[in-house]
Write a protein that binds this ligand. Structure first.
Ligand code: NDP
Ligand code: 2IT
Length: 449
């Protein structure tokens, strides 16, 4: 048994698992962070005395509600809606909404927890939350999605607000869903405020928000390479996913002279050895966001191989960008990437890499950027959307792209400052420690609450 006052990872994790049984994704996200923060907290006893880690892993509150709606055949359908308001020490709760059949409390708690550190790293005054529903938008008509979004917002609207909690998109929640939800919020509250981000440009949305997560991820990789020094020119890149994050990661790679050779979706991956150019990418964007079909149609159209039910990590590449979902790159796949000469990985998705895979990359001392650093561009431009809404102004593409790039450069520098080892930069350590201190110091200042 550890001493009563001694904090060890094993002791901390066993308490967390006892309090949150069965929540495996939440355990995984906390373990990755605690591995670095427990030794840090041991060095600065003020955090331990105030039980900051214990408080940070307990959400401020969780709202769970029934969402009842009617499908096109007039059948009554029931889903479960959630909002995890995790931590508002440095600003209003902020984080996306996910609509996917796999959504459960464990997944939303892991996402909300990650958001604490990510949002802190952006330097903007935003706290952390996450929400969503086990609703599957796939195969639903626009009218069904509208009725679901309106029913979902009817309850959620009681718990959010421009200075309270500001949701945005995530898996299954894009421009269509945000528009339906914002319309319903405006109707119920009779106010026009920036309570959701990722809105349409006609009604308070920010330029570059749609592109921000993907672009930001590539800017982060650019910084890691520059530090070596190296660059993106001519590098072969595998991407997983073909949704919002993957699409704009691909676009920025193409614009910067790299070669994108794979994209994927939940039905498999496509390998395009000649490289996906802008014209082909536009085909994919239309296929996934307008037609809402499988990537297999892309393979068919361009006469390429479609690898059904497989992930792209067996394809030799220099850089890899997991941009689909959690735990989509395991240790065995990490070893395949390393074996094939991969020199850098940046997470566009949240927690796409398993703990074993991260260790494999770190043991091989290749560049590895955790999502809380490399995908922070999305929430950063959401924060800038909040600012523009508050001052009732909108900034230009150039202004926002510059701010996004500066934020990613700044996050990279913070990771270097806090994660530099003798001959390696541990970006996971850097992101966790740098993200932690701002939130922890705010919590200390508030006293015991
Ligand atoms: P989208 O819904 O736009 O796209 C998700 C993509 O991932 C689709 O290609 C989808 O395939 C695929 N996918 C989803 N679930 C699975 C699964 N279980 N197995 C295999 N493939 C899957 O979501 P986003 O692009 O917005 O989000 C992608 C990731 O990025 C998520 O981890 C999200 O949390 C993270 N993220 C998103 C941000 C944002 O601003 N949107 C910001 C920061 C992080 P299919 O089309 O077949 O469903
Ligand atoms: O994971 C994320 O950072 C997001 N889904 C974006 C959150 C936001 O509020 O823009």
């Amino acid at each position: 048994m550890p001493e009563r006052n001694e904090l060890t990872l094993k002791h901390f994790m066993s308490g967390l698992k006892r309090r949150n049984p069965g929540e495996t994704e939440f355990h995984q996200a906390v373990e990755e962070v605690a591995t670095y923060l427990i030794p840090y907290v041991a060095k600065y006893p003020k955090y331990h005395t105030a039980q900051i880690l214990e408080r940070m892993t307990e959400p401020d509150r969780i709202i769970i509600f029934r969402v009842c709606w009617e499908d096109d055949q007039g059948n009554v359908r029931v889903n479960r809606g959630y909002r995890v308001q995790f931590n508002n020490a440095i600003g209003p709760y902020k984080g996306g909404l996910r609509f996917h059949p796999s959504v459960n409390l464990s997944i939303l708690k892991f996402l909300g927890f990650e958001q604490i550190f990510k949002n802190s790293l952006t330097t903007l005054p935003i706290g952390a939350g996450k929400g969503g529903a086990d609703f599957n938008p796939k195969g639903k008509s626009d009218r069904e999605v509208m009725r679901f979004c309106q029913a979902f917002m009817t309850e959620l609207s009681k718990h959010i607000g421009e200075s309270t909690d500001v949701p945005a998109g995530d898996i299954g929640v894009g421009a269509r869903e945000i528009s339906f939800m914002f319309g319903q919020y405006k109707r119920l509250k009779n106010e026009f405020t920036g309570t959701l981000t990722g809105k349409g440009l006609e009604f308070g949305g920010s330029k570059i928000r749609k592109e921000a997560t993907g672009f930001g991820c590539i800017y982060f990789m650019q910084e890691m390479l520059k530090h070596q020094p190296d660059d993106l020119q001519g590098k072969s890149c595998t991407i997983s996913g073909s949704g919002n994050v993957a699409q704009y990661a691909a676009l920025k790679l193409i614009q910067l002279g790299a070669k994108v050779i794979t994209m994927s979706d939940s039905s498999g991956f496509v390998h395009d050895p000649d490289g996906i150019n802008e014209e082909k990418l536009n085909f994919i964007i239309d296929l996934k966001t307008v037609k809402r079909q499988s990537l297999a149609e892309y393979a068919k159209h361009y006469k390429l191989d479609f690898h059904k039910d497989q992930r792209p990590w067996s394809v030799p590449c220099q850089l890899a960008f997991p941009c689909a979902t959690q735990n989509e790159l395991n240790e065995q796949e990490a070893k395949a990437l390393l074996h094939n000469g991969c020199i850098g990985v940046a997470e566009g998705a949240n927690m796409p890499t398993t703990i074993g895979a991260i260790q494999a990359f770190q043991n091989a001392k290749i560049l590895f950027a955790p999502g809380k650093a490399s995908n922070a561009g999305g929430v950063a431009v959401s924060g800038l959307e909040m600012t523009q809404n508050s001052i009732r102004m909108s900034w230009s593409n150039e202004e926002l792209d510059k701010r996004l790039r500066d934020i990613m450069i700044d996050i990279h520098q913070k990771c270097v400052d806090h994660g530099s080892e003798k001959d390696y930069i541990d970006y996971v350590k850097g992101a966790n420690v740098a993200g932690f201190t701002k939130v922890a110091d705010a919590m200390l200042a508030y006293g015991v609450l």
